[in-house]
Ligand binder design. Structure first.
Ligand code: NAD
Ligand code: SER
Length: 316
C-alpha cells in the first residue's frame, strides 16, 4: 500500500452537525467510548445501540440493514462508531458468523453512512498481521492473518479506502480496562488476570508465560479514537483504514511481576489452549511512527501505570 495522503474522494467536508451512533455499545470499548462521546457532544447527541438490551442503549442488530438505514436517517446521524463484532477467540469458534457480523455487518453500516454522508470509525486490530510479519510490525507490510477474525479486519481496512466515505480505523492492540469485561478475544488474559488476582490470588493463564503482545490501557485507546476522528481527513494518508498505534508490549511473566508489586502472594500458572496459536501469529510489538507523524499519536500508559490503575480501580 502506498503511503500517500489520500484524496477526499466523494467525501463532503462541510457536514451538518448531527447525532452520533455507536454500534456494539455494551462491549468492552463501547462502555467507555459512549461515556467519552457523551461528555464531548452531550448525552442526547449520542445514540448507543447493541444487540443486547440495557438501560440507555437501543437494540440494533448490525445484520439488519433496513433498521440501520432507518435509524441513521431518522436520527440524522453524521458520525458512526461501529464496534459491533465478534473477537478472535469467539470468531474462530464460529468463523461463518464472525465473517457475517464483521464483514456483512460493516457493509450494512457503510451503506447507511454513505446514504447519510456520515463519517465512520471502524476498528481494526493487531490480528491483521500474520506469522510472516516482523516481530515489530510496521504500518505498511503484507497482511496475511491466519485467523478468520484477522481476515475480516483486513477487509475492513480495504473498505475504508474503497467505500467512498470518510472512514477511519485503528489497529487496536489488546485493550486493558476495568469497567466492562473483555469480549471473547485472545488478549482477554490481560484483563481476567486482575480480577482473579484480586479475588483468589491465583490465575491459570491460557497462554505461555513468555507470550509477548502489544497492549494498551483503555484510556489511551479512547483518546486515540477521538483524536483520530477529530483530525482533518485531507491530512490522513491511506493508512487511515487501520493505523498502528503502540501502547506497551509485555510478556505475561512481566505482567505477573508487575501485579506482584501490589499483591506479592499472587500466583499465576500456565495452561495454553488454542488461543496460544492466535497469539503466536501476532507480532510482539507495533511500530506507530506514521500515526505519530500524521495525527500526533502518543501513548501515556506503560505497564506499571496500567497495573496501578487496574488494581486501584478494581479494589474500590
Ligand atoms: P466486545 O465483544 O466487548 O463488544 C462487542 C459488542 O458487539 C457486544 O456488546 C455485542 O453484544 C455486540 N454485538 C455482537 N453482535 C452484534 C450484532 N449483530 N449487532 C449489534 N451488536 C452486536 O468487543 P470490543 O472489545 O468492545 O471490540 C469492539 C471492536 O474493537 C471490535 O471491532 C473489535 O474487533 C475491535 N478490537 C477490540 C480489541 C480489544 O482488545 N477489545 C482489540 C482490537 C480490536
Ligand atoms: N484483543 C483482540 C482479540 O484478542 C484483538 O483484536 O481478539
Amino acid at each position: 500500500m502506498n503511503h500517500q495522503v489520500s484524496s477526499p474522494m466523494s467525501v463532503t467536508m462541510d457536514r451538518p452537525s448531527g447525532r452520533v451512533l455507536v454500534t456494539g455499545a455494551l462491549g468492552q470499548i463501547g462502555t467507555e467510548l459512549v461515556e467519552a462521546l457523551r461528555q464531548k457532544h452531550g448525552h442526547e447527541a449520542v445514540i448507543a445501540t447493541d444487540i443486547r438490551k440495557a438501560e440507555g442503549c437501543q437494540i440494533l442488530d448490525v445484520m439488519n440493514k433496513k433498521e440501520i438505514h432507518k435509524l441513521v436517517t431518522e436520527q440524522e446521524i453524521t458520525e458512526i462508531y461501529h464496534l459491533a463484532a465478534l473477537l478472535s477467540a469467539t470468531g474462530e469458534k464460529n468463523p461463518e458468523l464472525c465473517w457475517d457480523i464483521n464483514v456483512i455487518g460493516l457493509e450494512n453500516v457503510i451503506a447507511a453512512a454513505k446514504k447519510n454522508n456520515a463519517r465512520l470509525f471502524s476498528p481494526s486490530s493487531i490480528a491483521v498481521f500474520g506469522p510472516d510479519c516482523p516481530n515489530i510490525a510496521p504500518q505498511i507490510t503484507p497482511l496475511n492473518p491466519s485467523t478468520v477474525y484477522g481476515r475480516t479486519k483486513v477487509v475492513g481496512e480495504q473498505l475504508a479506502m474503497t467505500s467512498g466515505i470518510d472512514m477511519r480505523g485503528i489497529r487496536y492492540p489488546g485493550l486493558i480496562s476495568y469497567k466492562a469485561p473483555a469480549g471473547g478475544g485472545t488478549t482477554d488474559y490481560a484483563v481476567e488476570i486482575f480480577h482473579h488476582a484480586l479475588k483468589n490470588g491465583y490465575y491459570e493463564c491460557f497462554v505461555r508465560e513468555d507470550t509477548k503482545l502489544p497492549m494498551m490501557y483503555m484510556d489511551d485507546a479512547i483518546r486515540a479514537t477521538i483524536e483520530l476522528m477529530d483530525f482533518p481527513l485531507e491530512k490522513l494518508s491511506e493508512s487511515r483504514g487501520g493505523y498502528n498505534i503502540s501502547g506497551c508490549s509485555f510478556t505475561v511473566g512481566e505482567l505477573v511481576k508487575s501485579i506482584q508489586r501490589h499483591l506479592p502472594d499472587f500466583i499465576c500458572t500456565y495452561n495454553p489452549d488454542i488461543r496460544q496459536t492466535y497469539a503466536d501469529s501476532w507480532p510482539d510489538e507495533i511500530e506507530d511512527d506514521i500515526a505519530k507523524k500524521e495525527w500526533g499519536w502518543s501513548p501515556r500508559f506503560d505497564l506499571d501505570r496500567i497495573v496501578d490503575e487496574m488494581i486501584i480501580n478494581l479494589e474500590n
